[in-house]
Write a protein that binds this ligand. Sequence first.
Ligand code: DC
Length: 226
Amino acid sequence: MAKPISIAIDGPAGAGKSTIARRLAKELGFYYVDTGAIYRTVAYFFDLWGISPKDIDGITRYIDELTVEIEYDEEGAQHMIMNGMDVTKDIRTQEISQKASLVSAHAIVRDMLLDMQRDVAKRHNVIMDGRDIGTVVLPKATVKIFLTASAEVRAQRRTDELIAKGEKANYNEILKQIQQRDYQDTHREIAPLKMARDSIKLDTSELDIDGVIEAMKKIIAEKVTL
Ligand code: DC
């Protein structure tokens, strides 16, 4: 088999990475790897154990008790398996988002997860999204895209999403959380969120989903014959 194709999508929280990457993966027949879900699974594990995501001693002591696996169902949807349990739905809370951002700053956590991310890309054509895919996980990715939007637009999208689901949403509160996560993700010492030098920046502030997909396909088509 020829060397698999890898498309790395990095960017801040709420830029639409997962929605876009999932749809593109389906259209192209690639595996979609949501690496944020992997860090969320780790955060969820330590949360269950009552260990703070900042408590590096506790994390170091108990990390060997944790196993994380990625599985795909027949529809190609990614499932996160923590110690044999499917936690895919449990990790989608605001609290776990914040904790994942904090727990992901530790080298011991990032080191543990690096090979599993690279392994999927060795075996399959992938679209992988996260914060450090183009810089650390897949520095030789076939295509690298940095997806971004202003914090205000990202907060508004998140607010609309929650309201559409019938949930409570406070725009100012959400904006504050997004800004806090941006700060944490870009200022950590190891593998901070930053654009790879050979990445192409796409600002989605003024685009709808179809517009982003079209723009991404153009970028991809310049490097890959699909
Ligand atoms: O993409 P997300 O919101 O599900 O990610 C949750 C957190 O995980 C994010 O705030 C930072 C961390 N993360 C990371 O450090 N590296 C990645 N490749 C993906 C996510």
